[in-house]
Design a protein around this ligand. Structure first.
Ligand code: NAG
Ligand code: NAG
Ligand code: NAG
Ligand code: NAG
Ligand code: NAG
Ligand code: NAG
Ligand code: NAG
Ligand code: NAG
Ligand code: NAG
Length: 529
């Protein structure tokens, strides 16, 4: 299915042991350059506490002024790996000194249409002693289409190849640098990074032992297409929150279990007296609000994308609702359909519709759509997955994680206890896409630097919970999310809440302080009997 032109078997025979030849050069560049298809762009020894400039960084990845925080004494390597004659994947490695190495490796993914190295997760990983890796997924930049235009192999790197290449490179470099392989191999990513992770567990189940997968964009093409379709449907969110919030017993701006409410936009119609007349909906608007929270069907009438959860601000991708000519303020759709789907630099999404969506799904450029639920091999070998998803996610509806979880369970035909033995999904009410929002969302999220140094334990940090599960067999029964003043991780804690593996849900005890984790208990879902 995938022709890997770069084989570690060959590499392992060629590389000689990496040695730190001087404080400036941690690896003999000449040696690495002789490896087929690998070019060394940088090799340097860096001290903890320093910052390094990344002058080659393109604007959409932070620009040439971006600096990375060096969080351990490391050997830093930047490699270009040719995947075909017309494509190459950049891989960056941060290798802590042998005496401070924790024996593990961690690889990271991307966001959106990729192209940016996830320094945040690498910084967190190296600080904890992991040999940490990042990749650009085969192109530079999270905005643009030129890199995909007439470049099917670059699309393949982004679609399904880059993380596997990163995993292969990490195996070789770890073995060479430390003289032995990593005891356990981890992966952490969010959004596209979550998609890449699930896809990797399906296609290359041997690559990782534990995966932390946030807000995964598993059905990537439908997710992106939904923006173009929903841009035409208006959304009024504030009124829903006011109506539904108090129903869970706590009026805090968070709808705890959005799936357990039904929303009828006719209740917001003018004349019902429920809403201030400046907010109420006219008949046409009632219809479009209803449509904004309806699922999306393809041209043959099959539902292909679930509705957004109530309270999610679905209008963020459309900068106009007033006159019905919604402009799409979401660049990924235009970029990907231009560069990778239609190979046409003049295409624009103004008339985007279900036909464009169905066409892309049929072509599936680079096998980017990773809605494949068969994780049998990863399950059988004992791999572990912690996944999380904000219930207020406006980019990838959290319903998708629910569907995916159920899909994996039925593909394996196993009971809840068995799926919880390798895959646990935590919903975080009030969290936006990957991080942020009114909820107590900080759980050691992927792509979020730094970690709270005071909460580096398996109860509060999902990566540490994953390590504990993989290496000690202790599965996370709960995760405690933390809310900080001004959302600054590590500053004053304003609230904490206990989260539960789906389909359990977190319920307030009805008495104690709602900002304390202990006031929230896991209960079996109503749907679980
Ligand atoms: C290097 O890449 C080329 C394609 O660009 C491929 O044909 C060749 O097999 C690769 N070599 C190795 C050692 O992987
Ligand atoms: C990405 O940028 C790096 C420099 O930061 C460069 O070495 C590499 O060739 C670029 N890759 C592509 C595909 O343009
Ligand atoms: C490095 O740390 C500074 C502050 O300590 C932060 O502003 C910056 O975003 C960090 N860089 C990265 C790439 O995370
Ligand atoms: C992309 O479009 C260009 C220009 O129209 C064409 O020459 C090229 O063959 C197309 N490539 C693919 C992969 O369709
Ligand atoms: C209705 O909303 C408008 C605009 O937000 C506000 O100025 C007005 O005071 C509100 N009226 C009532 C009766 O709440
Ligand atoms: C609709 O509103 C947007 C933003 O206010 C404006 O740019 C656009 O010209 C309007 N279109 C029509 C047809 O009035
Ligand atoms: C619509 O979705 C269904 C279910 O995935 C699929 O079988 C069908 O081919 C799709 N129709 C089109 C036109 O793509
Ligand atoms: C493994 O779990 C045991 C209790 O089950 C605990 O005492 C121990 O600290 C754990 N080990 C690690 C490395 O976390
Ligand atoms: C409230 O908290 C107290 C002390 O932590 C505890 O004993 C009590 O059981 C809690 N109440 C409920 C209803 O859970």
């Amino acid at each position: 299915m995938v022709s890997l032109t770069w084989s570690i078997a060959i590499l392992a025979g060629v590389i000689v042991r990496l040695v730190r030849s001087s404080p400036e050069t941690c690896v003999s560049v000449g040696t690495l350059s002789s490896i087929p298809n690998v070019t060394v762009v940088a090799s340097e020894y860096l001290l903890s506490g320093s910052q390094i400039p990344l002058p080659g960084t393109v604007e959409s990845c932070g620009g040439p002024d971006l600096k990375a925080n060096i969080t351990a004494d490391i050997c830093r390597l930047v490699l270009l790996v040719a995947t075909t004659p017309s494509s190459e994947v950049q891989v960056e490695a941060w290798l802590p000194e042998p005496q401070s190495w924790n024996g593990r490796s961690i690889a990271t993914g991307n966001g959106g249409i990729g192209g940016c190295i996830d320094y945040a997760t690498m910084q967190n990983g190296a600080a904890l002693g992991f040999a940490s890796f990042g990749t650009n997924a085969g192109h530079n930049g999270s905005v643009g289409y030129e890199f995909f235009l007439n470049q099917p192999e670059v699309i393949n790197d982004f679609g399904h190849r880059a993380i596997h290449i990163e995993a292969d490179v990490s195996k070789v470099l770890v073995a060479q640098y430390y003289g032995k392989g990593a005891s356990k191999k981890y992966y952490a990513g969010c959004s596209t990074g979550g998609r890449q992770g699930f896809q990797n567990a399906h296609l290359y189940p041997e690559d990782f032992d534990g995966m932390l997968l946030g807000s995964p964009g598993v059905d990537w093409l439908h997710i992106v297409a939904s923006k173009g379709i929903l841009a035409r449907r208006i959304a009024i969110v504030k009124a829903q929150i006011e109506q539904l919030d108090a129903l869970d017993g706590v009026a805090d701006g968070i709808i705890d279990e959005p799936t357990q409410h039904r929303f009828d936009p006719t209740s917001l119609a003018c004349g019902t007296g429920l809403l201030n007349s400046s907010l109420c909906l006219h008949p046409q608007q009632v219809e479009s609000v209803r449509r904004a929270y309806e699922p999306i069907a393809n041209t043959s009438g099959h539902i292909v994308y679930p509705p957004f959860e109530l309270g999610s601000n679905t209008d963020v991708f459309s900068n106009n609702q007033a006159n019905g000519t919604a402009a799409l303020s979401y660049t990924i759709l235009e970029n990907f359909w231009r560069g990778a789907v239609y190979n046409d630099s003049s295409w624009t999404p103004e008339k985007f519709g279900e036909r464009d969506m169905d066409f892309a799904v049929r072509v599936n450029p680079g096998q980017v759509n990773a809605a494949e639920t068969d994780l049998t091999s990863f399950y059988r070998k004992g791999g572990k997955i912690i996944s999380y998803h904000g219930r207020n996610d406006e980019t990838v509806t959290s319903a998708l994680s629910e569907h995916f979880f159920t899909g994996v369970q039925s593909a394996l035909n196993i009971n809840l206890e068995d799926i919880h033995d390798f895959y646990r999904l935590f919903f975080l009410p009030g969290m936006h896409h990957c991080s942020g929002g009114l909820g107590a969302w900080s759980i050691g999220n992927a792509q979020k630097y730094p970690y709270d140094q005071a909460l580096l334990d398996p109860k509060h940090n999902a990566l540490i919970a994953l390590v504990e599960w993989v290496e000690n067999g202790t599965a996370p029964d709960t995760l405690i999310g933390t809310k900080y003043e001004n959302d600054l991780i590590g500053s004053t804690i304003t609230a904490q809440r206990t989260y539960c593996p789906y389909p359990m849900f977190s319920n307030w005890d009805g008495v104690n302080d709602t900002s304390l984790a202990a006031s929230w208990k896991c209960m079996p879902s109503r749907f679980d009997g």
